[in-house]
Design a protein around this ligand. Structure first.
Ligand code: AMP
Length: 395
């Protein structure tokens, strides 16, 4: 922690207006947390009545890459933050000319590109999944040999929830996916990017996945929330379990790595660090998200400070909040297909289950519509409840 309290002038005080680029659930929960503190919010999102706009003071209805609209948002705000990382350089540039953008543009540029992200982390001595940048099918063939015939190929930009990702376990897979990779390379070049379009990563036969949300404010104070143990289904986050069921030394190393990421990259705001725990207990960073993260939703009901309040504190340069875990908790995502069964059972919801719904109009399959936090004395109890409640039975 800093020993030099900042001058009040360095702190953005309520009722300052905070602009949020993106009007989804992360923006909504940020605005809800910030409103408790007395801040005002304006949101830019193409969909009228977007989840965040429903709880904000105003919305600019425009595409995320609309530079004029971004400038209009910035002119109405004291500072601007974002709820996703794929913000174009032209937009961040326009924003930063019109108002304060505490998170800057450098971190976004790093997190928008998987090779840049991993190379930067490796340069800081942080452990990452072994990777090879790829610009051609030949590069992927070489990587396949280097990784002993098992690798994961990903698009460097724009992939999420397993989209733009291919598991390769044989030469047949190399042939089978060649056409899609050629198309991905073409799309990347047509979009005007001259960096690597693809990355090949060693396949990591991990025992599990952890994530740590860490906050850093402008004066350099850093605090990490307790690591979450993440369970995915079909590449989409299904549950986060806290405390994570790993030995204390693994937990401590995960927190330490996350704090080092925040300090090394000069983060202001939150950064989510997703990691693999290998069979022999090593930790490798898989990816970063420079914003609140789905795996940090448990903090809303189980921690002294939520990740959303912490983000507001960090970008406003306030002292960071207490990250203490008050209770074991399991967060379960409510996807489009879970909404009807959940609503049908709302009348039977136990008092220790906290339901959060995001106000999205259409419950499409796999769309993140909400989450529940099951706050209990031990996580085994919560997992049993999730299994027995009947809402999350696949498909
Ligand atoms: P990502 O989009 O990078 O977060 O990857 C989505 C999911 O795919 C991860 O949460 C893992 O379950 C799996 N995955 C990604 N990269 C690898 C890898 N190198 N080895 C094994 N599994 C991976």
């Amino acid at each position: 922690m800093s020993t030099h309290p900042p001058k009040t002038a360095d702190v953005v005080l309520p009722p300052a207006t905070i602009g949020i680029l993106g009007g989804g659930q992360l923006g909504r929960m940020m605005a809800l947390a910030g409103r408790h503190m007395g801040y005002r919010f304006r949101v830019l999102d193409p969909t009228p009545d977007a989840p965040a706009a429903q709880v904000a003071d105003g919305q600019v209805v425009a595409a995320y890459d609309d530079v004029d609209a971004a400038r209009r948002l910035a002119e109405q705000c004291d500072l601007v933050t974002y709820e996703f990382e794929n913000v174009s350089a032209a937009v961040t540039d326009a924003l930063s000319h019109a108002c304060d953008v505490p998170q800057g543009s450098e971190l976004l540029a790093i997190c928008q590109h998987r090779v840049r992200e991993k190379a930067t982390l490796a340069r800081h001595g942080l452990p990452v999944t072994p990777f090879v940048p790829a610009s051609s099918l030949d590069d992927l063939g070489v990587a396949f040999e280097q990784f002993g015939g098992r690798m994961v190929v990903k698009t460097c930009r724009g992939g999420y929830d397993g989209k733009g990702q291919w598991m390769v376990q044989s030469r047949d897979d190399l042939v089978r996916h060649a056409h899609e990779w050629a198309q991905a390379i073409d799309r990347h070049r047509s979009a005007g990017f001259d960096d690597h379009p693809l990355i090949a990563e060693a396949y990591v036969p991990f025992q599990g996945e952890l994530s740590v949300i860490v906050a850093r404010n402008r004066r350099g104070d850093v605090r990490a929330f307790p690591p979450a143990e993440n369970v995915h289904r079909r590449h989409i986050l299904h549950m986060s379990i806290v405390p994570a069921r790993y030995p204390a030394d693994v937990i401590a190393r995960a927190e330490d790595i996350a704090r080092r990421v925040a300090a090394s990259l000069g983060v202001v705001g939150l950064i989510a660090v997703e990691m693999f725990v290998t069979q022999d207990g090593q930790i490798l960073i898989n990816e970063l998200a420079p914003r609140p993260h789905n795996s940090g939703h448990y903090t809303l009901d189980a921690c002294a400070t939520s990740q959303f309040e912490q983000h507001i504190r960090a970008i406003c340069n306030l002292p960071l909040g207490d990250v203490r875990l008050y209770s074991p908790v399991v967060m379960v995502n409510v996807l489009g297909q879970h909404v009807s069964p959940l609503l049908a059972r709302m009348g039977e919801m136990p008092s220790h289950v906290k339901v959060h719904l995001y106000g999205k109009a259409e419950a499409k399959r796999d769309r993140k519509m909400g989450h529940v936090n099951v706050v209990v004395d031990d996580v085994a109890q919560a997992l049993q409840w999730v299994e027995g409640f009947g809402v999350w039975d696949e498909p």
